[in-house]
Design a protein around this ligand. Structure first.
Ligand SMILES: *[C@@H]1O[C@H](CO)[C@@H](O)[C@H](O)[C@H]1NC(C)=O
Ligand SMILES: *[C@@H]1O[C@H](CO)[C@@H](O)[C@H](O)[C@H]1NC(C)=O
Ligand SMILES: *[C@@H]1O[C@H](CO)[C@@H](O)[C@H](O)[C@H]1NC(C)=O
Length: 289
């Protein structure tokens, strides 16, 4: 009897202690957020080295002074990836014009290596898109199967985008959202500037042909369609409707409600619109704050 009491006295505290430690351990495990991607590798596509089926560079045309937008978009794209494709997101703008840009953008380049500076002055309709595509073969250190041009007010979902490209030709391709809004025929007119994609051979053609060089002034995205028509290029075309569209209520028939199979939503001008989109696509679902 006495012996049993002694045993309980000795074992009970250690039992309680173990239980406490166990509970703490469980809590720590549960509370621990999902491990973040390697911050030095802002694109998770490096998780699948050399196993991807194709490569894609997304150039987001923006302005040097849009520091906050770049910061936000780096977060948005840094947490996305696709096992199908190596995807690099880069920010593209014209020559720097202010002293502070030289230091601040140098810092960004040193830290992120995701900026392309074109030899141009910022403009709406005088050739930035031409300068972008025609410069790429010279300024990139590698080739990509596809090159995209995107706006900085569009949310692109990399996994559905890569899936939608999987079965498409790797050459002579023009992919996007065909204008006019209601059109389902990508072989007339052109792809909306919100986000369209060309295969590398077409990018090289833009850089070397006289057709684009002599047709530089005018609505940029419409011109791309014109060059391809004049050059009899991009025999492979794909307009990805309804997966690409303008944010609900912002642009007539180019807009519709958010849908699960979305590849890209455009015209995200306000934080409440970004918030709606991030929530709808469960982007931050892994971490409830
Ligand atoms: C990113 O990851 C790849 C593959 O793991 C590695 O080779 C590369 O050095 C990393 N880049 C940086 C900047 O850490
Ligand atoms: C930039 O463009 C201007 C005007 O087209 C040209 O004169 C200049 O040589 C270009 N600079 C570089 C570094 O290519
Ligand atoms: C977001 O998560 C909810 C709940 O799990 C799910 O029902 C919904 O289909 C998800 N939405 C998308 C776009 O994947």
């Amino acid at each position: 009897m006495k012996r049993n009491k002694w045993l309980i006295l000795v074992t009970l505290p250690s039992l309680i202690l173990s239980l406490l430690l166990f509970i703490i351990f469980i809590n720590v495990q549960v509370l621990k957020p999902p491990s973040p991607p390697n911050p030095r590798n802002s694109s998770k596509s490096t998780m699948y080295p050399n196993q991807t089926q194709f490569s894609l560079m997304i150039g987001i045309l923006t302005r040097a002074d849009n520091y906050d937008r770049r910061h936000f978009l780096r977060l948005v794209y840094g947490i996305q990836s696709s096992p199908l494709a190596t995807i690099h997101v880069k920010f593209v703008f014209c020559s720097l014009t202010k002293p502070e840009q030289r230091a601040l953008i140098a810092l960004e380049i040193l830290r992120f290596e995701d900026i392309l500076i074109l030899n141009c002055t910022e403009n709406m309709n005088s050739g930035k898109t031409y300068t972008y595509f025609s410069s790429l073969p010279h300024i990139l250190t590698r080739k990509y199967d596809y090159v995209m041009k995107a706006d900085d007010d569009v949310f692109i979902r990399l996994e559905p985008l890569a899936s939608s490209l999987k079965a498409l030709p790797r050459v002579d391709l023009y992919y996007g959202f065909v204008i006019p809004c209601a059109s389902m025929n990508p072989f007339v007119e052109y792809m909306s500037g919100m986000g369209f994609l060309l295969s590398w051979d077409v990018v090289e053609w833009i850089g070397s042909s006289e057709i684009p060089r002599e047709n530089v002034f005018g609505p940029e995205d419409k011109l791309v369609g014109k060059w391809l028509k004049m050059g009899n290029k991009a025999k492979n075309r794909f307009s990805n409707k309804p997966a690409i569209y303008d944010y609900p209520g912002t642009n007539g028939k180019c807009s519709h409600e958010l849908i699960p199979e979305t590849v890209a939503v455009h015209r995200l001008k306000r934080w409440d619109q970004w918030l709606h989109v991030l929530e709808f696509f469960n982007v931050t679902k892994g971490l409830k704050l």
